[in-house]
Write a protein that binds this ligand. Structure first.
Ligand SMILES: [Zn+2]
Length: 342
């Protein structure tokens, strides 16, 4: 576990640390996906439990509490998250979690369920083991189903002593307003492009600009993507998309069959968004390097088919974790794509 605050979160870190002595019962860290909110929350959890924190408030990394924390074995710490994220050891943001979740057991729940909230009762009702404080990290908060959200609300309404709830949300509008109003809201924002690029470079990511643009500027998602997919695979797909030809779909699918189908679907989806966006507003977001090809495709695209295929891509995204045959899945998607430009 890294103890380094992400450069674009340093200021927020100092602000949060000013609350240290009288820390709120519940903190809601919110902002766009893929910028490092969960990582921030884990660092904060560790800092709150550390027994000899550094002057800037960060965990020392050496005390007994920090040792336990690193093993996810601290007796005063609980993580609550959907089962589908359970095999993800990563502490970074949703980007990383999504990629890992693809490997999770088929059928693992994507919701935070009532049993998970109920089982917190035992944790909360015993006295704390070490520093006199216990921490619950819950993410993403929008994964709480309705019953679980109501149970959590009851807990937040009568905050248990010495307990801090750290919640992370990518979409605060999807939370119960009554939960939001019980929390101290801490916004985390998308870094500027220059800062994000410099950070990606430090992480050893080549062609950071392309990865970053494709992830809408979210650096942690860009990092995950650069590690999960190969640049060649993305370029193979983009070359196909730039010159859509139904007869080439099989060959392209063959070349891409080692890439996770969920990723291929996401790449294609973003490309279609760009075609759509250029056609209707002239703006390009994800693939600025391919401006010329996308302009040409936007001219040719049949608007009704474009909308229909965009919609079908959303449906595909839902099943892309486990297609029976990745190759057939990708081929079918590419054939569908060709119909937009027929
Ligand atoms: Zn420590």
């Amino acid at each position: 576990m890294t103890n380094q605050t992400l450069p674009w979160q340093a200021e927020t870190w100092s602000q949060v640390m000013q609350m240290r002595e009288r820390f709120p019962h519940a903190v809601l860290l919110h902002g766009p996906e893929g910028i490092g909110k969960t990582r921030f929350a884990e660092q904060l959890a560790q800092a709150l439990l550390c027994e000899s924190p550094l002057p800037d408030g960060h965990a020392c990394g050496h005390c007994l509490a920090c040792g336990w924390f690193a093993q996810y074995a601290h007796p005063d710490y609980r993580r609550v998250r959907p089962e589908s994220l359970e095999d993800a050891s990563a502490v970074d943001d949703a980007g990383a979690e999504t990629a890992k979740a693809a490997k999770a057991e088929k059928g693992a729940s994507r919701e935070i369920r009532i049993e998970q909230i109920r089982s917190l009762a035992n944790f909360i009702n015993v006295s704390t083991h070490r520093s006199g404080r216990r921490v619950v990290l819950l993410y993403p908060a929008e994964a709480l189903n309705a019953i679980a959200a109501n149970a959590l609300l009851k807990t937040l309404e009568e905050p248990p002593p010495a307990t801090v709830f750290l919640m992370v949300s990518h979409n605060i509008d999807r939370l119960l307003p009554t939960i939001v109003s019980r929390c101290r809201k801490v916004p985390l924002t998308m870094p500027g492009a220059a800062q994000a690029l410099a950070w990606l470079k430090e992480q050893g990511v080549g062609d950071g600009e392309s990865w970053l643009a494709e992830q809408g500027g979210a650096p942690l998602s860009a990092l995950t993507q650069s590690q999960a997919g190969s640049r060649e695979a993305v370029e193979t797909l983009l070359a196909h998309l730039a010159k859509p030809a139904a007869e080439a779909a099989l060959k392209t699918a063959d070349q891409l069959q080692k890439s996770p189908p969920a990723e291929v679907t996401a790449w294609l989806q973003r490309w279609l968004y760009d075609v759509f966006s250029v056609k209707f507003s002239g703006k390009i977001r994800y693939y600025p390097k391919h401006r010329r090809e996308i302009d040409a495709l936007a001219m040719r695209a049949d608007p009704i088919k474009l909308l229909a295929v965009l919609k079908s891509m959303n449906e595909r995204r839902a099943i892309a974790d486990h297609p029976l045959s990745p190759k057939l899945f990708i081929e079918d998607m590419l054939l569908d794509y060709s119909t937009v430009f027929a």
